[in-house]
Design a protein around this ligand. Structure first.
Ligand code: ADQ
Length: 445
């Protein structure tokens, strides 16, 4: 079997290579460890003379990490402006937030060409290439143009919108034509697959699109949660709750995650069910991300204001309704916090998958499991019908679901959790990568 070449915008930082920190790194961890692999992408560093600097290689176990730096212009235009200021809002159905310029679009293609130029000399004939995510839509075609003949697969971690939304993107046809250079394209849900196929069809493009939902490593995460729940860090937090029920939310600070709507749902719980005042705590852990994009800065201001308003209106000298932090928390502590929580409150407006929902389930104590309140717009929703599914725009509905979760008897909780844990264990990170790579191998050479 030839090597596996993984290409993603960023490669895992050295500290994440043996201890994967989340999302894509966890998903690919097993796949790259069990086979001779090369992981190629941006180092995370920027410098003016980046284009004159060589690709750096670093071997750890079965994996060679090949990384290169970006110029500040590439970082601004390719990464911030086009990838995260155009493609991210488009794919999350937030068309009002798109800030398109032709110069950013060209910079996106130029940056992809740099990926291609730098990757080609590292490739061997029988390599299988697996490209990840929206930063690199055009890369497959650019590799083909440079003579690459081996199998190329692509996985989109975020949603793909229907034609009526996608067609807002100037040069959509060019983008999809680049993507069609792949032998196989994986997306998270059947809805995304249908949308993407529909867009290809509009331009008469042929491509193999398949829904392959990403999973986690439930055994490893569960073990982490069990160990972490009895550490001093987690016990201190539990002690500080003095018998209050705990609702937890964990997300990057991103407008796709429905954070203001989630706050309003919780506020409605306190308004419509006053018996919970002083008896419940909502802990929202939300490290800031992409602060270089204006819409993220505005969201943070909105959220800071909303949390302050709700805490001011309902809090008492001895009770804070919402505990809110914009600092990252270590994965270990996070796992333990999920385990000691009564409710996982995970309500994105749109999400490719949402691994936090799966991690929350994996972390629960099987004898006394917590309840998952999940947005029906998370990619995880079709796989998790036993969660209490909500529409994040419906604050009353969210409050009712929180109330249902907080009053659910242990037998009902156990039944829901068992079904959810069964699904999380069936469709893991390992089986996701295997399923995608098997179908890629089965495609044309
Ligand atoms: P993200 O948008 O980053 O990923 P998510 O799927 O929830 O969203 O994955 C985040 C990962 O980071 C999880 O493993 C989580 O534990 C971790 N994480 C989140 N908040 C954290 C915090 N405060 N501190 C520490 N760790 C934290 C993108 C898509 C998703 C898709 C994934 C994987 O947007 O929809 O599920 O890729 O395909």
């Amino acid at each position: 079997m030839g090597r596996l070449i993984v290409v993603s915008n960023r490669t895992p930082a050295p500290g994440e290579r043996t201890q994967p920190a989340g999302g894509l790194t966890v998903g690919l961890y097993d796949a790259v460890q069990t086979r001779d692999s090369l992981w190629f992408g941006w180092s995370g560093e920027q410098c003016e003379d980046a284009l004159d600097r060589p690709v750096m290689e670093d071997r750890a176990g079965n994996v060679t990490y090949a990384t290169f730096d970006m110029t500040p212009r590439q970082y601004d235009r390719f990464y911030l402006n086009f990838s995260n200021g155009v493609l991210w809002p488009l794919c999350h159905y937030r068309t009002q937030l798109i800030r398109y310029t032709r110069e950013d679009c060209e910079a996106y293609y130029e940056a992809n060409a740099v990926f291609a130029d730098r990757l080609v000399p590292l490739l061997k004939e029988d390599d299988t290439i697996w490209i990840h995510d929206y930063h690199l839509f055009p890369l497959a075609e650019m590799l083909r143009d440079r003579g690459v003949k081996g199998r190329i697969g692509f996985f989109l971690h975020i949603p793909f919108p229907p034609w009526s939304v996608a067609r807002l993107l100037p040069q959509l046809q060019r983008l999809l034509k680049g993507l069609a250079g792949c032998d196989r394209i994986g997306v998270q849900t059947p809805e995304d697959a249908q949308n993407l196929r529909g867009c290809f069809a509009e331009y008469g493009l042929k491509a193999e699109v398949e829904a392959v939902p990403i999973g986690i490593d439930p055994i490893r995460f569960r073990q982490q949660a069990i160990e972490s729940a009895s550490t001093e860090d987690v016990e201190q937090i539990v002690d500080s709750l003095v018998g209050k029920r705990l609702i937890i939310g964990v997300d990057r600070l991103d407008y796709s995650k429905g954070l203001p709507e989630r706050m309003r749902g919780y506020e409605m719980l306190l308004k419509n069910y006053p018996e919970y005042r002083g008896k419940v705590t909502f802990l929202q852990i939300t490290p800031v991300s992409r602060t270089g994009v204006e819409s993220y800065r505005l969201l943070k201001e909105e959220l800071d204001g909303l949390v302050g308003t709700i805490n001011g209106a309902y809090g008492t000298p001895d009770w804070v309704p919402i505990r809110y932090t914009t600092w990252p928390i270590s994965r270990n502590v996070l796992a333990g916090l999920y385990r000691v929580s009564d409710v996982g409150y995970i309500t994105p407006l749109r999400d490719g998958m949402n691994l936090v929902a799966k991690e929350f389930i994996a972390a629960q104590d099987s004898k006394d499991p917590g309840v998952l309140v999940l947005s029906r717009f998370a990619g995880a929703a079709p796989e998790m019908p036993e969660a209490l599914q909500v529409n994040p725009l419906d604050a009353e509905g969210m409050a009712d679901a929180l109330h249902a979760a907080l009053t659910m008897d242990v037998q009902t909780r156990h039944e829901a959790w068992s079904a959810l844990y069964g699904e999380v264990s069936r469709n893991t990170a390992g089986s996701w990568a295997k399923q995608f790579l098997d179908s890629l191998e089965a495609s044309r050479t």
